[in-house]
Design a protein around this ligand. Structure first.
Ligand SMILES: O=C(O)CCC(=O)C(=O)O
Ligand SMILES: [Fe+2]
Length: 201
């Protein structure tokens, strides 16, 4: 295998209206387990609070929010301030910036304890995010299915997010497509997802 193969961007998974590239596993075997363990141990994981159908809900999955500056995270009911980068996140940020060729200034982390914890249909189109900015999604731990659904045609694109993998969404993706992480009874082990994002400065 050519040493530079891993830096050749893979093809666009979407047939129209956006750009999604799955790079597969972007780190060495020992590195994947090491990142997973460090994130489990070093991140101050906390349950998320959001408003669903007008009622406050505490999610079973846990989250954390980091950034270059104390950006406000408005996804949740209680506004959280981004924490300053720690070494494990700075290393992952450098890796995904190198692979995707895009800069990021913040990161949302999600910890799913088992396949029963999931994330419903949504687009990451908050006004605080740079318009058409790239979002780099790193997955560690249990492999899980991930689905894109076109807002008008309802076309679906499904893929598996593997341990140590990188997925990059950019261009008009968030305007035209939603995505979700479906629940599954067949996964009992935890998974960590990191989405590196570009907030408007
Ligand atoms: O866990 C995932 O793979 C997706 C997370 C996600 O869509 C998000 O944090 O916005
Ligand atoms: Fe998302």
């Amino acid at each position: 295998m050519d040493l530079f193969d891993q830096f050749t961007p893979p093809g666009n998974l979407l047939p129209c209206d956006g750009d999604v590239r799955y790079y597969g596993v972007v780190m060495g075997h020992g590195q994947t387990d090491d990142f997973f363990r460090r994130l489990l141990e070093e991140i101050p994981w906390a349950h998320d609070e959001l408003v669903m159908f007008g009622r406050p809900v505490v999610t079973r999955r846990k989250v954390a929010w980091y950034g270059d500056r104390p950006f406000a995270y408005t996804y949740s009911r209680a506004t959280k301030q981004a924490l300053p980068w720690v070494p494990v996140l700075a290393e992952l940020k450098a890796l995904v910036e190198q692979c995707s060729g895009e800069p990021y200034n913040s990161c949302l982390l999600n910890l799913y304890h088992s396949g029963e914890e999931a994330m419903g249909w949504h687009s990451d189109d908050e006004p605080e995010l740079k318009k058409h900015g790239a979002i780099a999604s790193v997955s560690l731990g249990a492999p899980r299915r991930f689905v894109f659904r076109h807002k008008q045609s309802k076309d679906q694109i499904k893929l598996m997010l593997e341990h140590g993998s990188l997925l990059v969404m950019s261009g008009a993706t968030q305007a035209f497509w939603q995505h979700s992480l479906p629940a599954t009874k067949t996964v009992q082990s935890p998974r960590i997802n990191l989405t590196f994002r570009a907030m408007v400065a």
